[in-house]
Design a protein around this ligand. Structure first.
Ligand SMILES: Cc1cc2nc3c(=O)[nH]c(=O)nc-3n(C[C@H](O)[C@H](O)[C@H](O)COP(=O)(O)O)c2cc1C
Length: 427
């Protein structure tokens, strides 16, 4: 939720990251403390700046700012923080919300220079959708669901990728897969059936060619699938690299014969796969559950006990279509996974049931096409949502959902999305 939290991800910034984060947190309680802490954070950050450039820092903050060769506008911003900070240290004046916010923004401009990635400072008001999941900072709690959004970059013309909570990229396996033969997709009333068969370039190509291109543009959640418990462990290990925000275990793909769903429909197997992944990675592990079970809560609990950090649900429901002219199944794979608006009530019921029995966060998905749909999932207990099939019809639907969700939260008088989670009423 905080602008400066990203500093935590880089151990190099340790000397000033805590000061920056503390300053921003203080903003919620006292503008005076915030201004004071901004000054300390600036002091630490500028010392880091000098050390990084192999220069010796002068011993007072004024000279540090003057001698740092900064552009005049930025130097002025830093002097603003210094002056207000000094006044705060000597209790010379009381500070307004605007003063404190300006200090934070100016400090952020300097941190941006250090980090060189030009991130945007979001004010608290803009941050109504800002949240955090498994330690990952999210600008919005809206993800793109795996298999419906490529590797994210394909949607860059339609979507501000930074505004998504993250992209669950297309499922990755150890070896490349060409997917299923024949027809792979067919439209159904309010949805679609797919049997892609996990076509993907394989983990090696993903790591060497794709991840370097996308890692700084979005939170990358890698969806993985294997034919054995060991496969999940190996994939988790290979993906424990910079640029991967989390790993999502696809134990619920109904469209392949050699894996996926067999792990998602059996509590013991689901637990084994979760443990294998957890043992091999420091990244948060999200387990993606299948709706093709009698009682989803049993699998959910087994994954939580095995160490899952988060659950995502639901994957597609197994379905079928027959062409009455040829008398053959439409899909080359005979059966496929049903997704889209048609499955929303089933998905919502499963998210609600699961939220009753686990403590770990849930990413809800299945048929979400609007902010109203998303709000239902939050009320049912989801901490975030993912949008899948709707991206095909409207590639910028995630942005519309974010905009409309802000309006909805404001209309309810809420300050942050977290205030909606699990608030469904029964009386
Ligand atoms: C064409 C297509 C491909 C998909 N591929 C994957 C995949 O590779 N891995 C996965 O975990 N889920 C996959 N899914 C499931 C979605 O991520 C999502 O769980 C499901 O479609 C429900 O959400 P929706 O109704 O919003 O689409 C795929 C769905 C579709 C429609």
């Amino acid at each position: 939720m905080n602008n400066f939290d990203f500093l935590n991800a880089n151990p190099q910034y340790r000397s000033f990251s805590k000061d920056c984060i503390d300053a921003e947190r203080a903003f919620q309680n006292s503008y005076d403390s915030c201004v004071k802490l901004v000054r300390s954070a600036l002091d630490a950050a500028i010392k880091f700046f000098y050390a990084k450039n192999n220069k010796v820092a002068p011993d007072n903050l004024f000279d540090m700012i003057e001698n740092a060769n900064l552009d005049k506008n930025l130097a002025d911003k830093l002097h603003y923080c210094r002056k207000l900070g000094n006044a705060a240290l000597h209790n010379e004046q009381e500070f307004s919300k605007e003063d404190a916010l300006q200090c934070l923004k100016n400090l952020f401009a300097f941190v941006n220079l250090i980090d060189n990635r030009q991130r945007n400072f979001k004010t608290c008001a803009e941050n109504i959708l800002g949240t955090e999941l498994c330690g990952i900072k999210l600008n919005t709690p809206i993800f793109a669901a795996s298999g419906t959004f490529g590797f994210g970059e394909e949607f860059a013309d339609f979507v501000n990728l930074e505004r998504l909570g993250g992209v669950m990229v297309k499922c990755i396996t150890l070896k490349p897969r060409r997917g299923n033969d024949g027809v792979r997709i067919t439209e159904t009333p309010s949805g679609m059936l797919n049997a892609i068969g996990l076509e993907n370039p394989g983990v090696e190509k993903f790591l060497t060619k794709i991840l370097p291109r996308i890692k700084d543009k979005m939170n990358v959640i890698v969806n993985i699938s294997g034919s054995s418990v060991e496969d999940y462990g190996r994939l988790a290990k290979l993906l424990d690299v910079d640029g991967v925000a989390a790993i999502e275990l696809n134990i619920s793909c109904p469209n392949v014969k050699d894996g996926g769903i067999i792990f998602g429909t059996d509590e013991i197997q689901a637990a084994k796969v979760t443990q294998a992944a957890k043992k091999n990675t420091r990244k948060p592990v999200i387990v993606k559950l299948s709706p093709n079970v009698t009682d989803i809560t049993k699998i959910a609990r087994a994954c939580e006990t095995a160490g899952a950090d988060c659950l995502s649900l639901i994957n597609t429901l197994m379905g079928m279509e027959i062409n009455i002219h040829t008398w053959r199944p439409t899909l080359g794979n005979i059966t496929g996974g049903l997704s889209g608006g048609a499955i929303k009530p089933v998905a919502l019921r499963m998210v609600w049931q699961t939220a009753q029995v686990v403590k770990i966060p849930i990413i809800g998905m299945g048929g979400i096409r609007s902010a109203n749909d998303a709000a239902e999932f939050f009320l049912a207990g989801a901490s975030a949502v993912a949008v899948g099939t709707a991206n095909f019809a409207e590639p910028n639907i995630t942005m519309t959902i974010a905009d409309d969700l802000i309006k909805y939260l404001k209309s309810c008088g809420l300050n942050n999305i977290n205030e909606l989670i699990g608030k469904v009423k029964f009386r």
